[in-house]
Design a protein around this ligand. Structure first.
Ligand code: TRP
Length: 351
């Protein structure tokens, strides 16, 4: 299994329910690689390279705090896996330029980040790079949020095309049989998190750092209380008058974070009837549930505070990247062999 994040800042609840939860499940049964897509961060903010470095370390702290276990799973630094950069070039030959530019995730990003037509060449290139991030590990699964689906679809197209062009795999082959039919690359599948779009504390837009409506995994219990406490419940009402839980974003959180479904249904029923249930009461239960989820995350995070924590994190990245290079180099050698690029061994000409 392979997945990754672009280091852009601390992770929030939207990331958790959108993808991290799934990653933790997959970690139980698969060999896992968690990629720090630090090169991708340079596509839109190269001049903030120092911040990118800090964000890279922060995101690992979030991962470890969530329960990603470095004994089992490799934490991988993209810029120290040279095979990814090389495979990016190969794959760039297999996907039409217009196909890349039609990718809806890129289009949305150009709009939401206001990039206009001033983005660097490397920006659309990252979508091809992401195919290499993934395929370097020849994974079966990619746990991601729903916004990443267009990238995964492109990656699957590239894998099929490579196998067809260079390995003679019949285009009629079922996706599941590509590797068995002699392809270098299996066709990987996205695993989508249970909540595609978590609403932010503004009750309207998707939770996101740039919109200032996020509850971070590293927020204190007090911050969580304050943020949820200040949410507008979508309507103003008297606790003895009927309300509509469907237009109240606090209920969206209740459904996602309160584990006891019967209890949530009961709350909704009482809210609908106007059975002496104020918005403040609902919030108390939601705050409790969110804090219950975050408490062990906060505890594990505390271990990595400060300079000593940074050092430990860098060691984890080094270890994971070393493991990653074993498989990525193997993949690269297989790809070059298939492409007729193996004139001699690389060891003979490097070093
Ligand atoms: N583009 C992803 C994001 O912004 C991060 C990413 C980079 C990724 N490479 C990946 C995700 C490979 C999954 C697989 O969230």
């Amino acid at each position: 299994m392979l997945t990754g994040d672009t280091p852009t800042g601390r992770l929030h609840l939207g990331h958790y329910v959108g993808s991290i939860e799934n990653r933790l499940k997959v970690q139980e049964g698969y060999e896992c690689y968690f990629l720090l897509a630090n090169m991708h961060a340079f596509t839109t903010r190269a001049e903030q390279y120092e911040q990118i470095r800090e964000d890279t370390i922060e995101i690992v702290k979030d991962w470890l705090a969530c329960g990603i276990d470095p004994e089992r799973s490799a934490v991988v630094l993209q810029t120290e896996v040279p095979a990814i950069a090389e495979l990016t070039w190969f794959f760039a030959m297999l996907v039409p330029f217009n196909r890349v530019m039609r990718n809806p995730t890129l289009k949305t990003e150009i709009e939401s980040k206001g990039l206009g037509d001033q983005y660097p060449f490397g920006f659309p290139m990252y979508a091809v790079g992401q195919c290499a991030d993934i395929l370097a590990f020849r994974p079966a699964y990619i746990p991601v949020g729903v916004d990443q689906v267009p990238h995964i679809e492109m990656c699957r197209e590239v894998a099929r095309r490579f196998d067809q062009v260079f390995c003679g795999v019949d285009p009629k082959t079922e996706d599941a049989d590509y590797a068995g039919a002699g392809g270098v690359f299996p066709i990987p599948e996205a695993l989508i998190g249970k909540v595609g779009r978590l609403v932010g504390t503004d009750g309207e837009q998707k939770m996101s750092k740039s919109l200032n409506n996020a509850i971070y995994l590293s927020d204190t219990a007090k911050q969580v209380k304050k943020k949820i406490g200040a949410m507008y419940p979508g309507q103003s009402r008297d606790p003895d008058q009927p309300g509509d839980p469907e237009i109240n974003p606090v209920f969206e959180y209740a459904e996602i974070f309160i584990k006891d479904e019967g209890f949530v249904n009961e709350l909704k029923e009482r809210y609908r009837k106007g059975d002496n249930l104020g918005d403040g009461h609902v919030k108390v239960h939601v705050i409790e549930a969110v804090n219950e989820l975050l408490e062990p995350i906060r505890e594990r995070r505390a271990r990595y505070e400060g300079a000593a924590g940074d050092k430990e994190v860098i060691e984890i990245i080094r270890e994971g990247t070393k493991r990653a290079n074993v498989i990525a180099e193997e993949t690269l050698a297989m790809a070059k062999e298939a492409m007729g690029l193996r004139f001699f061994d690389r060891e003979d000409v490097l070093g």
